[in-house]
Design a protein around this ligand. Structure first.
Ligand code: CA
Length: 225
């Protein structure tokens, strides 16, 4: 999953980016409302963390413009501690959730997990597909109870496909959701990652749909567990 952080406080921006990268996300950053608005307008983020008080264009305006343009990605706004009006304005502008400053990083992480799973129709932070369990909270993947070690790109790819089970995901879509914008993207590596994942998971879960992309089927209740 790929996230965008828009926060003008440099230290806070850095802390957010590093915590979210550690949690397994691809993360882009912006330090003012104009740059942030542009990125959210042109790149397909799975969720955005948006500060309200921003230079060049305030967070409420950024959000209103995205929503007016039809962008539906979940947005978590960062509000000043005692500004209840920020929250009201934020929700009215199309925010999905908020965290008031100062906040605990764990709360931001938990709220983002909740937004991401709601947006993709999942009920819990653990994604289960047959014998494979992916815990979006700890970033751990187990197969039949045995831990599997994945690189960050392998994890992001598996997490994206498991968030979107039952749907064919193109290589281009995977590229857009597992790399940050500064990464030197190469669509051939997707095939390499899928090959490695199949090997590491030891089961035939990721299907290649020729000419279209990849799909993980929705696990049927019949062979649950
Ligand atoms: Ca600010």
């Amino acid at each position: 999953m790929r996230l965008l952080i828009i926060e003008d406080d440099k230290d806070l921006n850095r802390q957010l980016v590093s915590a979210l990268e550690d949690a397994g996300y691809a993360v882009d950053r912006a330090f003012d409302g104009e740059e942030g608005h542009f990125l959210g307008d042109t790149e397909p983020y799975d969720a955005v963390v948006l500060d309200i008080g921003l230079p060049k264009k305030d967070g409420i305006t950024v959000l209103e413009e995205w929503r007016a343009a039809g962008h539906k990605m979940p947005v978590l706004i960062l509000t000043a501690r005692d500004r209840w009006s920020d929250k009201v304005q934020g929700f009215d502008a199309g925010a999905d959730d908020y965290v008031a400053k100062p906040f605990h990083m764990e709360e931001v992480l938990a709220r983002l997990r909740a937004l991401l799973r709601r947006a993709t129709g999942h009920a819990t932070s653990e994604l289960v597909c047959g014998p494979v369990r992916l815990d979006t909270k700890s970033g751990r993947v187990v197969v039949d109870g045995n831990p599997v070690k994945l690189t960050s790109h392998e994890y992001r790819l598996l997490a994206y496909l498991m968030h979107h089970t039952g749907r064919v995901v193109s290589r281009q879509e995977l590229i857009e959701h597992i790399y940050d914008q500064d990464f030197d993207r190469d669509s051939n590596t997707i095939e390499v990652f899928v090959g490695r994942l199949r090997k590491k998971l030891g089961i035939d879960m990721i299907q290649t749909i020729r000419g279209l992309g990849y799909r993980i089927d929705v696990p049927s209740a019949a062979h649950g567990g």
